[in-house]
Ligand binder design. Structure first.
Ligand SMILES: [Fe+2]
Length: 453
């Protein structure tokens, strides 16, 4: 008889040119105050043309007998909400439709939906729509399951920062746009018009039980919506990949204090990289020809992949700037969108500052910036500098018909101070930038982003 000695050797994961030392099992931390742990949680996704046909079956599997279906008037007009309702009822599940989800949800619009949810005594929720419908549904589920005031759960300092006390009721998310990745994330974003800022509720209990991602549902989207949503996907993936590495953060006092956005890590990198590849290869095609099922499918899948990536790593400067760009003035009337109220489509509010933001962050991680450029370009780039990734992004924006910059969205140099103030409020995002970003840096980025071409 002989014994097998357990040999503990360090395991090295090398990713994007950065070597990470991962300690052998059973060893305790690294002896410093740096973070040593990251978590990776992916929302289960059911993907493919025809996947939406299985929503009723999924609800039965989750033992839901009475469901609230949250959607918006555009999705109802497109016939999608009615079709999903029929498919759910065909499985013997009772459905009530709430079709007033707003494009830019506010605490009031969330509250209206949540009141319906509380009164309806549902045992499950289905979101059919874009990110706004999905986020509204997450909040309905939260309030219907645990009660309380919406603002109590909103991130501090704007809200009370209260954590949901336990898991929520089953929620299926059926996206009809390829952008936010809301089906894959644990956040619900809302506009606070009085404070001219956007913020959110973020907690792992807000994660949908499943995303049901069906590219056939996006076929009727106007090209402008495809453009904005697709550029949001590209930014989610690029910002995540270029976020501050998780192991440069300070170790949290307890696991409960570990932020939902943890910074770049090897697993999030994989999801983000694939989404970048799809964005570079398929977004132009999806914008050009809405009937291109392959391109639509890749962008939808890309949105979910990027959602998982940024749900783990996080986004930073372009998204922090996007909040005041969308929240400060409500004057822009976006082509291709419902004309019921002026607003800046989310993806366009993000992409306009991305070229300048990545020019600014380049020096922190040149190799990783080059890799993002290569993924978007679909080819090796031998010589790269701080302008390489911005130029590739600007070409993609032009080809996808995006606005040329912050000025086209209704802002001028006089607004820069207010925009900087709004962006500085997004510290939970800015801490994820790979280099420290000051008010002056943000002002420079916004100034450079007035016109990208
Ligand atoms: Fe986004």
């Amino acid at each position: 008889m002989f014994e097998v000695a357990a040999v503990r050797r360090p395991v090295y994961i090398v990713c994007g040119g950065r070597g990470l030392s991962v300690r052998g099992a059973g060893m305790q931390g690294n002896g410093s105050d740096r973070e040593t742990v990251f978590t990776m949680e992916a929302t289960p996704i059911k993907y493919g043309p025809g996947a939406a046909e299985e929503v009723g079956w999924e609800l039965k599997r989750l033992r839901v007998g009475r469901v609230m279906l949250v959607t918006d008037p555009g999705v109802v007009r497109a016939g999608i909400a009615g079709r999903v309702r029929e498919l759910i009822e065909a499985e013997g599940v009772e459905v009530e439709v709430w079709d007033k989800a707003r494009v830019e949800p506010t605490a009031d619009s969330f509250q209206e939906a949540a009141d319906f949810a509380v009164e309806g005594d549902f045992d499950g929720f289905v979101a059919v729509g874009g990110g706004s419908s999905i986020d509204t549904t997450k909040v309905c589920d939260l309030i219907a399951t645990h009660g309380g005031e919406i603002l109590d759960y909103v991130n501090s300092p704007i809200g009370g920062g209260k954590k949901p006390p336990g898991p929520l009721k089953p929620l299926l998310a059926v996206p009809t746009t390829a952008g936010t990745g809301a089906e894959a994330t644990t956040v619900a974003i809302l506009d606070i018009p009085e404070q001219r800022v956007k913020t959110g509720i973020s907690h792992q209990y807000l994660r949908p039980n499943r995303g049901v991602v069906d590219p056939l549902l996006t076929m009727s989207l106007p090209s402008e919506v495809t453009s904005s949503c697709g550029l949001d996907v590209v930014c989610h993936a690029a910002e995540s990949y270029l976020s501050k590495p998780y192991d440069t953060r300070q170790k949290p006092g307890s696991p409960d204090d570990r932020p939902p956005y943890q910074g770049a890590n090897p697993i999030a990198d994989m999801w983000s990289a694939k989404a970048l590849e799809y964005g570079g290869k398929y977004l132009r095609r999806a914008v050009e020809n809405g009937e291109d099922v392959e391109a639509r499918g890749a962008m939808m899948l890309g949105a979910s992949l990027a959602g998982v990536g940024f749900g783990s790593a996080g986004v930073h400067i372009p998204h922090a700037c996007a909040y005041p760009i969308a929240g400060l003035k409500h004057e822009y009337e976006p082509p291709g969108y419902p004309q019921d109220h002026p607003f800046v489509p989310h993806g366009w509010s993000v992409i306009v500052t991305a070229p300048a933001a990545f020019r600014f962050t380049y020096e922190s991680q040149p190799e990783r910036h080059r890799y993002v450029a290569e993924l978007l370009a679909g080819e090796k780039i031998e010589q790269a500098d701080e302008n390489t990734l911005p130029e590739i992004l600007i070409q993609l924006m032009k080809d996808a018909g995006a606005p040329s910059g912050v000025r086209e969205l209704g802002y001028g140099e006089d607004d820069i101070d207010d925009l900087v103030d709004g962006a500085m409020k997004q510290q939970r995002l800015l801490v994820l930038a790979p280099r420290e970003v000051t008010e002056d840096d943000l002002a420079d980025i916004l100034r450079e982003s007035m016109e990208n071409w």
